[in-house]
Design a protein around this ligand. Structure first.
Ligand code: SF4
Ligand code: SF4
Length: 271
């Protein structure tokens, strides 16, 4: 590793870095600068993991809670009793917050009342990766997952300012005392001063072989939220035209969050 948390912070100062980031990145995510985002490294592998959220199938609080809990429990996500400190890997929100660039004029009552799951989109062209000075966040070009290396994260929060989806959270406090229930010994805990987010359960997917063309991931390798969703979330290889996710996308009208930015999200919504 060429640079670590301590060295970088010593040389730069975390607060100054974060303030600078807001300015740099505001330009990056504006519609006018979307072209810059298109220049990101292409995904080279035969796999690009993606997800479809069947919005209408989430009817009750319990439908959302099961998925959130499965994710947060597995990944030792802390629970703070304050919005400012909140760490979210997957969460639900209102239509206008999840799809702020869609028209909100005269939307149906159903759309207004419905909640929508949000998580990292594992964008094919992720601005968060482009701005990270230590490569703590990086794109696994073999499978499209936007990864985090928490040991490299220096807490500058450039990536948070760059992500146009609010998909990243910052540990303002030591998260460990706030992890509810028993710790999952198979997944690391984080520390104060680092950013975190959904990893598409890269570590769970890696529990076995990657599926071949026309095959699906076995249940034990499915992301935890998908497993808990009982069919409301579809996960699979966007590069395989025979996969269930591609068949779903072909057969159904779906939308993405802020597609005009050119980040190419790997999460789609049936609305
Ligand atoms: S949703 Fe945000 S954090 Fe996730 S890959 Fe896209 S830009 Fe990065
Ligand atoms: S894919 Fe995995 S890490 Fe991402 S929200 Fe679902 S359970 Fe959490």
């Amino acid at each position: 590793m060429g640079i670590n948390r301590r060295d970088f912070l010593k040389g730069l100062g975390g607060t100054v870095a974060a303030l600078g980031a807001a300015g740099i990145v505001e330009g990056l995510v504006s519609d006018r600068k979307a072209e810059a985002i298109h220049q990101a490294a292409p995904l080279t592998g035969t796999i690009r993991w993606g997800m479809v959220v069947d919005v209408a199938a989430f009817r009750t609080e319990e439908d959302f809670r099961r998925c959130e809990e499965a994710c947060h429990k597995y990944h030792n996500v802390p629970r703070f009793n304050s919005l400012k400190d909140e760490i979210k890997w997957i969460w639900s929100d209102r239509f206008e917050n999840v799809f702020p660039s869609a028209s909100h004029q005269f939307v149906s009552e159903k759309m207004e009342e419905q909640r929508y799951f949000a998580l990292c989109n594992h964008c094919a062209n992720p601005p968060c990766v482009r701005v990270c000075p230590t490569q703590a966040t990086f794109k696994d070009t073999s499978n499209g997952i936007t990864m985090m290396d928490w040991h490299r994260c220096i807490g500058c929060r450039f990536c948070m300012a760059a992500c146009p989806y609010g998909a990243r959270s910052f540990n303002w406090r030591d998260p460990r005392p706030f992890i509810p229930g028993e710790l999952n010994p198979d997944f690391p805990t984080r520390e104060r001063g680092v950013v975190e987010k959904c990893t598409f359960c890269a570590e769970v997917i890696a529990l076995g072989e990657a599926p071949g063309p026309g095959e699906e991931l076995p249940e034990k390798q499915m992301p935890r939220c998908v497993k808990a969703s009982e069919g409301r979330l579809v996960f699979g290889n966007l590069k395989d035209p025979e996969s269930q996710i591609r068949r779903t996308l072909k057969a159904t009208k779906t939308i993405q969050r802020k597609p005009q930015l050119g980040t190419q999200p790997s999460v789609f919504y049936i609305v």
